[in-house]
Ligand binder design. Structure first.
Ligand SMILES: Cc1cc2nc3c(=O)[nH]c(=O)nc-3n(C[C@H](O)[C@H](O)[C@H](O)COP(=O)(O)O)c2cc1C
Length: 276
């Protein structure tokens, strides 16, 4: 997340420690190329073609282009790079059109670089996967489906919140980052009144947060959720959370995704030998 305090230093340290790929969201990472060497692959998470074009114009001044691109629509979990209005009016056609537009732009760069495009945000759906592949996606990034897996290291309480969530439990809140965020209605959500308070024992985790006047400490409530404090936790989830109703293994989730991708007529999904 670009919003994180010490972002530049964290990226430099991650690259220096040997990270193969650095993926950055929650803001446009305009200076990312100056923080890493040429050997580190870099990828922005963008909300549409306009943001990507702007980013690529800047990255060209560093003589770099993205190594891969993640297009995250307004149905993702957690922080969203859209206005409240755009989120409320978001439709599948919009996601597909944005995919086409990003694909068309990436195709103009093809002579310089073949850049794969990954789609994120309630993409775990057979029909949607087919439409997105047809529109030019090369792959997918899933978030919420992996929370309800045996391997996921969040508390069982978080997993139960995911399993129990219905469409009407999905809410948008205003995060101290200054962006809207998608979460599940739990007791913490009903305490939100839009009133500011001074945060004690601030961890100074986010640059855009003002600890002297913010409604809550996001670091604290997200940790509560991960640790299983149902009353005080903030549980982020994507718009497709209501479709998840049992705990599976990561392999089962990936196998199902691969099946959808193969049925859509795509040659393969790279999910390793022995799957399916
Ligand atoms: C609990 C949760 C936490 C997330 N945290 C981050 C984050 O810290 N940074 C980020 O770039 N995206 C974050 N995301 C977004 C995911 O990486 C992913 O792109 C998105 O949720 C995909 O949509 P899906 O959950 O519908 O599959 C988060 C999503 C969830 C559900």
């Amino acid at each position: 997340m670009m919003a994180i305090t010490g972002y530049d230093e964290i990226i430099k340290q991650a690259a220096g420690a040997g990270a193969d790929v650095i993926v950055v969201g929650a803001g446009l990472p305009l200076n990312l190329p100056e923080l890493v060497g040429e050997d580190t692959l870099i990828a922005p998470i963008v909300s549409g073609a306009r943001a990507l074009k702007l980013l690529c114009r800047r990255w060209k001044t560093y003589n770099r282009l993205p190594d891969l691109v993640i297009l995250e629509g307004a149905w993702a979990g957690g922080h969203l790079g859209f206005s409240d209005e755009d989120i409320k009016n978001y439709k599948e056609e919009k996601l597909i059109q944005e995919t086409r537009d990003v694909r068309a732009f990436l195709d103009t760069l093809k002579e310089q670089k073949d850049i794969p495009l990954f789609l994120a945000g309630n993409a775990f759906d057979e029909h949607r996967i087919k439409k997105l592949l047809d529109a030019g996606a090369d792959g997918f990034q899933f978030g919420t489906p992996f929370i309800a897996t045996e391997e996921c290291d969040v508390s069982d309480v978080f997993k139960k919140v995911i399993l129990d969530a219905k469409k009407e439990d999905i809410v948008l809140i205003k995060s101290p980052v200054g962006m809207p965020a998608r979460a599940i209605r739990t007791p913490f959500i009903s305490t939100l009144r839009g009133e500011k308070q001074k945060i004690r024992d601030c961890r100074n985790c986010l640059r855009p947060c003002t600890p002297a006047a913010t409604e809550f400490c996001i670091s604290k409530v997200l940790i509560h959720a991960a640790k299983g404090n149902y009353e005080e936790g903030l549980f982020f989830a994507g718009d497709g959370v209501d479709k998840i109703n049992k705990i599976r293994t990561v392999k089962e989730v990936l196998d199902e995704a691969c099946l959808y991708i193969l049925r859509a007529g795509s040659p393969g999904c790279g999910h390793g030998e022995g799957s399916l």
